[in-house]
Every structure is written in C-alpha cells, then in structure tokens.
Write a protein that binds this ligand. Sequence first.
Ligand SMILES: NC(=O)c1ccc[n+]([C@@H]2O[C@H](COP(=O)([O-])OP(=O)(O)OC[C@H]3O[C@@H](n4cnc5c(N)ncnc54)[C@H](OP(=O)(O)O)[C@@H]3O)[C@@H](O)[C@H]2O)c1
Length: 338
Amino acid sequence: MRLAIVGASGAVGHELLSVLEKSNLRYDELRLYASPRSAGTTLECRGKKILVEVMPEGKIDADVILASAGGSISKSQAPIWVEGGAIVIDNSSAFRYDENIPLIVPEINGDVLEQHNWSKGGIVANPNCTTAVAVMALYPIHQKYGIKRAIISTYQATSGAGAKGMSELLEQTKNALENKPVTNEVFAHSIVFNVIPHIDSFQDNGYTKEEMKVAWETRKIMRAPNIKVSCTAVRIPTLRTHSEAITLELEKPAQPNDVRTLLETAPGVEVRDNPAEKLYPMPLTASGKNNVEVGRIRSSQVFDGGIDLFVAGDQLLKGAALNAVQIAEYMQQKGLIK
Ligand SMILES: NC(=O)c1ccc[n+]([C@@H]2O[C@H](COP(=O)([O-])OP(=O)(O)OC[C@H]3O[C@@H](n4cnc5c(N)ncnc54)[C@H](OP(=O)(O)O)[C@@H]3O)[C@@H](O)[C@H]2O)c1
C-alpha cells in the first residue's frame, strides 16, 4: 500500500506522522508533500527520514492520500487524485456536506464506509475538529436518551488555525511581556490575554461558519437530522485542545450518575469528573491524549431531565490526525483498502 501525506509539514501533518508511529496501519511506502516553502526538509516516521517533496501537479502515485493542505487544495486536487485511483481521506471542509461523501468518526459511523465501492478510489471526509471532539461524548448519550437540542459553547486553541496560529500566540505573548507592540495576522484581534468570539466567516444568520459546521456535522455523523444545535465558537489563548461546555435537552430524562457510568465504557472517552478532587477536563491534561476527556456531568438547571457537561479533546488528534488514521485503519481492517 502506497501512502502519501499532502500538507505533511503543517500542524496536522506533524501529528499524522506521530500517530502513524504508533498505528498498526500497514504500508509499503510513505511519501510526504508540501509547498515549495518546506520542500527539501526531512521529517521522520517509523525510524526513517523522509524527504518532503513539492506537491506535484496532477495525479499522485499513491493508494491512500491523507490530505491536509487546506480546503482550496483539496477542492481542486482531490478529484484528480481520485481519477488516478487513490482513496483520499480529507481533513478540510471541502467535501463534508456532499451527501455522497461519507463524513466519518469510525467509533460512530464507520459502517457507512462499507456501503461504498472503493475499488476506483474515492473521498472520505474527516470532520471539523470541534465536532469530532463533541460527538465522542454526545453519541453514547444520544443512543441511550435521544438528544433533542444541544447548546454548545467552545473554547478553541490557537492550533485550530494551524501552525501559524500557535506561532502568533507565542510571538504576541513574548511581545506583550516585553512591552513591545503586538500585531495580529491570523486572528481578527490580538489573542494574547483575550478571547475572540469569531472563528471562520460570519453567515447571514449571524452564526459563524465554524458554529454552523458543528450543527451540520453533528447531525450527519450521528445520523440524527432532527437534533437542533446552537453553537458559540470562541478562540482562547491556549496552544492545543478544544474544550466545550454542552447543555443537552433529552427525549428521556437522565441522571448524572447514569451518564457518567455510560461514558465510562464509551470508546475514545475518558471520564474525568471528581470536582472535590479538582478533577475535570482541561487542555492541560487532555493535550496529547487520544481520548476525549468528559466531566462536570450534572443535571441541567434549564431542561428538565437534561444534562450539562464539559469536554476537552486534543483537536489535532481526535479532531484531525488520529481520526484520519483511524479511518484508514478501519478501511484496511475491513479489506476496503490494500
Ligand atoms: N489545525 C487543526 O486543528 C485542524 C483540525 C481539523 C482539520 N484541519 C484542517 O487540516 C488542514 C491543514 O490544517 P493545519 O492546521 O495543519 O494547517 P497548517 O499548519 O497551516 O499546514 C498547512 C500545510 O499545507 C501545506 N500547503 C500549504 N499550501 C500548499 C500548497 N500550495 N501546495 C502544497 N502544500 C501546501 C503547508 O506546507 P508548507 O509548510 O510548505 O507551507 C503545510 O504542510 C486544513 O484544511 C484545516 O482546516 C485542521
């Protein structure tokens, strides 16, 4: 199996390499591509130094391509790669809302992949990072209690905007502490000592595209078209891990203890919920972890029988690289790829 990563030098690309180190995905060859800016550098995976090459124009000689170079590249290039026979696992939002393209979190809807014929290639969409983190906790609750409405407020790390987002936070912090001028390029305002309720572009309905992605993708992944979702997405000055405060209205009333027990056995979830011991989800503890932390589970004061909870998940892992590699592993285990 010939594997390629496009965007290997980026924030998600680096994580893809480190996830592959520990993954049992079988491949014979791994090629890495980026822009001319980082072509010629080398990156390491499974004990081998691999040259980063300029992304070729046209088709790429690979069976599976992990695409992580942004939406416009995916939009223009992925169809060409598929014509060449490749399966593209795409990290961008370019294809997520196409009803013929599976949007996958393997623990939740991996079976959708088995309904497709991949012999001539095709595209699998990897979800938005905030959504992927949320649905790990929401899906088990939905299966048992039925979610009617979800109100979500997010606390999103700067790495959600890529490697340059992290650099901007570090640079601004240094300049602010040295009383030097602080300038911003990646974020709409200075992010140091600030929070910014603006991620992606504003839509006609007053929500941002990031907020609408959470609504659209939650419904598609959980195959639950009737769940109503209202999200407020906020950028905060942390390096990695997205956190989310979630309030749920449920079809059947739930008790916090039962929800805690349910989530304790849910795949990809770590319950961290003992306020008396100061144990709850935080970027500090969730960063670098495959599992999404869930805690602060309590009865809603707004919806009778509803639940409030807090989640923190490393969005570069479950929200991007880990989930993409898990999709490839799932497809290999099911014989859908070599
Ligand atoms: N960051 C997250 O939390 C996250 C989560 C889920 C999904 N995603 C999605 O994943 C994708 C990558 O995000 P990221 O955060 O890793 O961004 P990033 O850190 O900015 O990395 C972008 C990558 O794309 C490469 N690239 C840019 N322009 C290119 C071109 N013209 N030809 C070939 N390669 C090019 C860059 O190469 P150079 O180094 O050579 O410039 C770099 O390797 C985006 O679609 C993003 O929306 C990100």
